[in-house]
Design a protein around this ligand. Structure first.
Ligand SMILES: Nc1ncnc2c1ncn2[C@@H]1O[C@H](COP(=O)(O)OP(=O)(O)OP(=O)(O)O)[C@@H](O)[C@H]1O
Length: 761
């Protein structure tokens, strides 16, 4: 292994990098060598897609070479003590890589705090950069700036901590020529003392003339690397563009001796003379620029210090000005301190502030985070589990004289029912065995069923078939007679009497819930009716009931509601999947916007970024869990016989598990659409398989065993046990939910680490 070359700020040796598989690699860097001298501006030029960004990201340690070496500031990127990534470099990626919801001021403080700068230092540098780069007002949000303005803010963020090495990926795109020149002036100014180095990529080849060294990149290698003046003279070209074209053609022809291959020796000599003249002119212009830049910087500095020196009265020599101007930048001794001051606390402060502001400043996100759980819980409790009301059923009662109401005797068509109850006022109280059908009908709950009276079974059945009513109840003409005989004679009742005393029911069973509820309602009504009749006849009411007695329930209530069966699973699912969605969306957008990469180059570790997200998400989770539980208990009357603390802990733990699932999704999926497919795709199986809508006991054995391993199954059961049975954590039915969730959290985090390693590899 080679050692770090001395004198170079950056050295790249035999860099080889491809994308895609090793079988069909797309080679981007092909044994590339590059040397960036300390104190130089190095202009990296090349056509779009030639691999400049890839090379820069390998230099800052964000991508790994397949083979070859990179040294940066004397160490390898990422090696202990190299300071890279960290405050020694300032990286401006090609993407804007800033938080849209931050103001310009927030952006400066975000980066400043990461680098351990004090508030005063950030303020001072921000004022200077604001002026130099003509930034919009400090309180403007980044998202509302134009592309060029955003690029300038991004540039300012890279300059803020006055790093030793600036790596700038196309900082002048979308910037007007005057400002572009000012940027170059500033770069020339900061590098003139030899303390700072700049690597800059640009599409404007001619602006790169101002660089001390340029590298012309094509097809994964550097065609040439030298001072622009040397290149122009060496290849006898008027412009760098011509040099580039010439070298590209030669590379195409795979010619060994490019210089010797010049077309016409006279023309070459002529061009060389022109090039030298142009370079002399340019040299003078650069000196002027540096002087002007120095003057501006000093003037600004003096303004800041309240020295009231007028720019036009400044007569100090350029050397003096240059020295003074350098005061604007943090001196090297102080810079060493700055490096040391970049603390974990400062980084965490920046990251947490960023995460919270990201939510706080975004009304849509806030509404989603706080409003969506309420909406979901509200929708669930209002829509699910309540008994249907006013179900129409057809009554054909041959025991009561029928006459047609409404249409009159001449009526010939239409539905044969009347709105009024023909039994009204006809049921006889006490121990009286006449018109028992009416007495029975009176016990049907009017909230549950709406009675519609028909003259005959056929028309009632037609109404059922048309979907007008849910079923037909038919009382024969001798219903009461049959029932009386059955009561009196018991086992000696004749078959005819048994048949006469029967109520015939035809139900539309197409809707399971409604038909089962109707059946239950009719049976309950009969029980009530018969119990009251026996009571009135001074007989033991038990005589009329089936000989099974349900004692008070051991757990739960006599008629448990379906809402309460589903509620635990629904609450856990809401918290779990909200957490998954928020986490993976946030992570993927940060990666896509380049924010993650940029943060890593500042020296923040992936662990710190994850920790900041975990802490923020925990806060969100806690709020959402409390919201869901409060609403369920206080507004929708959910009851719990067990510890509320246990319920809250389990809910938060499930949300945490959902967050880990979100992390995994964001690692596995390249974009938000894929992440959405995966999270929605896992939502429905989870709902269906975790015993939330239907007991696991109804599943085939194999599927049940599988379901038991899913993250929401045991925790849903555990929550039910806490709520209905009042069990504590010592009960297996409760602690298993906690243990299973914790196992899932550990497994998901392990998969995240594995996924990250695979991706990095
Ligand atoms: N993650 C990736 N996977 C596959 N191919 C990639 C990836 N990143 C970049 N590339 C490809 O590698 C090539 C070099 O890309 P790179 O961004 O380094 O070029 P560039 O010189 O910076 O281009 P530009 O000047 O347009 O920014 C391009 O063809 C690009 O499509």
């Amino acid at each position: 292994m080679q050692s770090a070359p001395s004198g170079a700020a950056v050295s790249v040796r035999e860099a080889y990098k491809y994308y895609g598989s090793s079988k069909s690699p797309k080679v981007i860097l092909d044994r590339l060598n590059m040397t960036v001298p300390r104190g130089a501006i190095y202009g990296l030029l090349g056509a779009s897609g030639c691999g400049k960004t890839t090379l820069l990201t390998c230099i800052v340690g964000r991508r790994k070479l397949k083979s070859g070496d990179v040294w940066i500031l004397g160490g390898r990127p990422g090696s202990v003590g190299s300071g890279v990534p960290g405050p020694r470099i300032g990286y401006m990626p090609q993407d804007i890589a800033l938080f849209g919801d931050f103001s310009i001021r927030d952006t400066m403080f975000y980066f400043g705090k990461i680098f351990g700068m004090s508030n005063a230092e950030v303020e001072e540098r921000a004022v200077f950069l604001h002026r130099m780069l003509e930034l919009p007002p400090d309180d403007r949000l980044v998202i509302n700036l134009s592309g060029g303005q955003q690029r300038r803010v991004s540039f300012a963020a890279a300059l803020l901590h006055d790093p030793e090495l600036l790596i700038l990926d196309e900082p002048t795109v979308g910037v007007d020529p005057v400002l572009r020149q000012r940027i170059w002036d500033h770069l020339m100014y900061i590098t003139q003392t030899g303390n700072k180095t700049v690597i800059i990529t640009t599409h404007y080849i001619e602006e790169a003339r101002q660089a001390g060294t340029i590298g012309l990149m094509r097809n994964g290698t550097l065609l040439a690397e030298d001072a622009p003046s040397e290149l122009l003279v060496l290849y006898g070209c008027r412009t760098l563009e011509d040099v580039f074209l010439l070298l590209s053609r030669k590379q195409g022809r795979n010619n060994q001796d490019v210089v010797a291959d010049a077309e016409d020796p006279d023309e070459t000599a002529n061009n060389q003379r022109n090039a030298i003249q142009q370079l002399q002119i340019q040299h003078h212009r650069q000196q002027d620029n540096i002087r002007r830049a120095s003057l501006e910087v000093v003037s600004h500095h003096q303004d800041e210090q309240g020295m009231n020196l007028q720019r036009n009265t400044t007569t100090a020599s350029t050397a003096t000005l240059t020295n003074n101007a350098d005061d604007m930048h943090i001196p090297s001794g102080q810079r060493r301190q700055l490096k040391n001051r970049a603390s974990i606390a400062g980084k965490m402060e920046s990251l947490l502030k960023k995460n919270i502001l990201r939510y706080w400043r975004n009304l849509g996100v806030m509404l989603f985070i706080l409003g969506f759980p309420l909406l979901q819980i509200g929708a669930f409790f209002l829509a699910i589990g309540h008994d249907p009301r006013h179900l129409p059923i057809a009554i054909v009662n041959d025991e009561v004289p029928w006459y047609r109401a409404g249409p009159g005797p001449s009526y010939t068509g239409g539905p044969l029912f009347v709105e009024s109850d023909r039994c009204m006022g006809m049921s006889v109280p006490g121990c009286n065995m006449t018109r028992l059908s009416c007495r029975f009908l009176d016990t049907l709950d009017p909230q549950f069923v709406t009675k519609r009276f028909y003259s005959d079974v056929k028309s009632a059945q037609d109404a059922v078939k048309k979907g007008d009513v849910w079923g037909t109840l038919h009382f024969g003409a001798n219903f009461s007679v049959g029932l009386e005989e059955r009561n009196e004679k018991g086992k000696d009742t004749s078959d005819l009497a048994l048949e006469m005393g029967e109520l015939s029911v035809w139900l539309d069973m197409s809707d399971r819930q409604i038909s089962l509820l109707l059946k239950k309602q009719i049976l309950d009504a009969y029980k009530t009716f018969f119990r009251e009749l026996l009571f009135d006849c001074e007989l033991n009411h038990k005589y009329g009931e089936i000989p099974i007695q349900f004692k008070p329930p051991v757990y739960g209530v006599e008629y448990p509601s379906y809402t309460m069966f589903m509620a635990p699973g629904v609450i856990l699912t809401i918290v779990f999947f909200l957490s998954t969605g928020i986490t993976c969306t946030t992570m993927i957008s940060e990666v896509h916007e380049g924010i993650w990469d940029r943060a890593l180059v500042t020296g923040i570790t992936a662990g710190e970024i994850l920790l900041s997200h975990v802490l923020t998400q925990l806060l969100v989770l806690f709020v959402q869990s409390i919201e869901c539980l409060l609403l369920s208990f206080f507004l929708f009357g959910m009851e719990s016989n067990g510890s509320i603390l246990l319920l809250t802990s389990l809910t938060v733990l499930q949300g945490f598990c959902g967050m880990c699932f979100g992390f995994l999704i964001s690692i596995v999926c390249e974009n938000i659409s894929a992440a959405n497919y995966l999270s929605i795709g896992s939502f429905y199986p989870m709902i269906l398989l975790c015993g939330i809508v239907w007991p696991l006991e109804g599943m085939p054995t194999g599927l049940r065993l599988f379901s038991l391993q899913l993250p929401l199954t045991r925790s849903t059961d555990s929550m039910r046990n806490i709520m209905t049975k009042g069990w504590g954590i010592q009960e297996p039915g409760v602690y298993e939910g906690f243990v299973a969730t914790i196992i899932w959290i550990v497994a998901l985090l392990a998969l995240c680490v594995l996924g990250l390693r695979i991706k990095k590899g």
